[in-house]
Structure formats: structure tokens, C-alpha cells
Ligand binder design. Structure first.
Ligand SMILES: O=C1O[C@H](COP(=O)(O)O)[C@@H](O)[C@H](O)[C@H]1O
Length: 273
């Protein structure tokens, strides 16, 4: 099945969508429950995540000669990128030269547009990650449309991405509606199975066209790190740390082989005690 086929898309009937939602929730429920780390502020929470990320990537390069990290956008993405640049800047050049950067989701707007998540790669490139190892979604000025951009991205993932689609680390921000990547509540694209990347049209959050990794890829990751700060995220935290439900709270299905939520105290107000 190609990445551009969205089996749970508008053409999919309700029963099919229900079945895919159940499949995703069951897969998430079979993975280890998230560990929760609470820090005083978003910067501290991001620093903790960045420290653990740098350690995992360094060990991956030592073992396999290569490491793959998917970054997030949004408020957490900004602090995470800065903290990570500090941590990675301390690693030897050959390690930095073996790290590949991807994006858990990207907005389908022109390259360089301020809405692009991939602008967050800048501090990491300044820290020593080669620009050639930054894997960016094509913009509308480069391809015919979102479907083609998603297909090209999925091909790049298959050819140059992690073996078996297993990222070493995936960073995820948390939307106030409990979305992760561009997998939104009640949006058919969130239920895509059988593909690594999915085209997300009519996103409830602007811009309306995006490309996202799927839950299948998130579930295969060695480490999934959800980072969130602020009281505005507390309700989403509460909705997401219960039983997995891909439709009502996609973040509840955001689990990998190991999952950690790094929260500041305000966001952690929504976490179970
Ligand atoms: O649109 C997006 O939103 C989420 C969360 O963003 P925030 O600004 O509410 O923290 C982000 O994780 C995702 O990567 C991004 O594209």
C-alpha cells in the first residue's frame, strides 16, 4: 500500500474506520505504559528529554553506525531543539555526522515559510549535524500537491530512513486537543494503517495541509518522548494518560517500545497521581 493511500480516508466507511481505530488502540495498549517525568518548567522538561535523546543517539551510532531522530514542531519543539543543540554540540564530530533528522509532521507550505517545522533544524545544523542529513518535506513550489509530497517523503523514509522503520527517538509535542504529530482527534488521517507517512488534508489547526508519520511508525520507535508545558496542556495530558483511544485523544496511542512524558508542573496537573 502506498503512503498516499489513506485507507481510513473520507471514502472509508464508518465500520472500517472503527476497525482501524481499534487496531491502533490495541497496538498501543500492548506497549509499555508511559513513564512520567515532571520538571519545574518547559525548559527543564526539554533539557531532560534532550539529555536522554543525546545518550540514545550516541549509543545507536556506537552500535549501528547511524541514528535516526524525528523532531516535533510546536511550542515544545522550539525549546527541545535549543536544548538538544546544546547536548549534541558536546558530541564528537563523527557521531554528529551519523545522525539523521526527520520530522514527525510537517506543514505543506513553501520551504522557508515561518510555519514550517523544519526551521527547528537550524540550531542542530549549527551544532554540527550535516544539512545533508536533514530530511525535509517538499514544498508546494517543488511538487504537484500534498499527495506527491507525502509519496516522495515516504520513499525517502523507505530508502534512507531507519531500518524496519524503527526510529531511535521520536519527539512529540502535545496539542491542547490531544493531537500528536498531525494526527488529530476524529480526523481520518490519524487512523491510517499500512503506511509510514500520511497526507493530512483539512487539518483543524492551520495550515490545513500537512504530512505526518503514522501510529505504526510511532509504535516501532525505540523511544517516544512526549514533551509538554503550560496549564493549557493539562486537560490533554489528562485525556491522553488513560486508556488508548485514537479517535478521542490520539496522544493516548503515542507509545513506542519505551515512552516517557516530560511535563512541567502546570501540564502535569492533568496527570494521574
Ligand atoms: O501543529 C502542531 O502542533 C503540535 C503542538 O503544538 P503546540 O504549539 O500546541 O505545542 C506539534 O506537536 C506539531 O508538531 C505541530 O505541527
Amino acid at each position: 500500500m502506498s503512503s498516499t493511500e489513506v485507507p481510513a480516508g473520507p471514502a472509508a466507511h464508518g465500520g472500517q474506520r472503527d476497525a482501524q481505530a481499534e487496531l491502533i488502540a490495541a497496538a498501543a495498549a500492548g506497549l509499555p505504559a508511559p513513564r512520567i517525568v515532571v520538571a519545574p518548567g518547559l525548559e527543564d522538561a526539554s533539557r531532560r528529554a534532550a539529555q536522554e535523546t543525546a545518550g540514545i543517539l550516541e549509543r545507536a551510532v556506537a552500535h549501528r553506525g547511524v541514528a535516526h531522530l524525528a523532531l516535533t514542531g510546536g511550542s515544545a519543539g522550539v525549546t527541545l531543539a535549543d536544548m538538544l543543540a546544546k547536548q549534541l554540540g558536546a558530541l564528537p564530530a563523527p557521531v554528529l555526522g551519523s545522525i539523521h533528522l526527520w520530522f514527525g509532521d510537517e506543514r505543506f507550505v513553501p520551504r522557508g515559510d515561518e510555519q514550517r517545522n523544519d526551521l527547528l533544524a537550524a540550531p542542530l545544523v549549527r551544532a554540527g549535524i550535516p544539512e545533508s542529513a536533514v530530511h525535509r518535506l517538499a514544498g508546494p513550489e517543488q511538487v504537484a500537491g500534498l499527495e506527491e509530497a507525502t509519496a516522495v517523503f515516504a520513499r525517502e523514509l523507505a530508502e534512507h530512513g531507519p531500518q524496519d522503520g524503527s526510529f531511535d527517538v521520536i519527539h512529540l509535542g502535545l496539542g491542547p486537543d490531544a493531537h500528536v504529530c498531525s494526527l488529530f482527534p476524529a480526523h481520518p488521517a490519524a487512523l491510517c494503517t499500512g503506511a509510514m507517512a500520511v497526507a493530512v488534508d483539512h487539518s483543524p489547526k492551520p495550515p490545513p495541509q500537512r504530512c505526518s508519520l503514522t501510529f505504526e511508525v510511532i509504535h516501532r520507535a525505540g523511544a517516544v518522548m512526549v514533551v509538554a508545558g503550560g496549564a493549557g496542556k493539562a486537560q490533554a495530558v489528562s485525556a491522553s494518560l488513560g486508556a488508548p483511544d485514537a479517535v478521542a485523544a490520539p496522544a493516548s496511542c503515542a507509545r513506542g517500545q519505551a515512552t516517557t512524558w516530560y511535563l512541567d508542573t502546570a501540564a502535569a496537573a492533568g496527570a494521574p497521581s
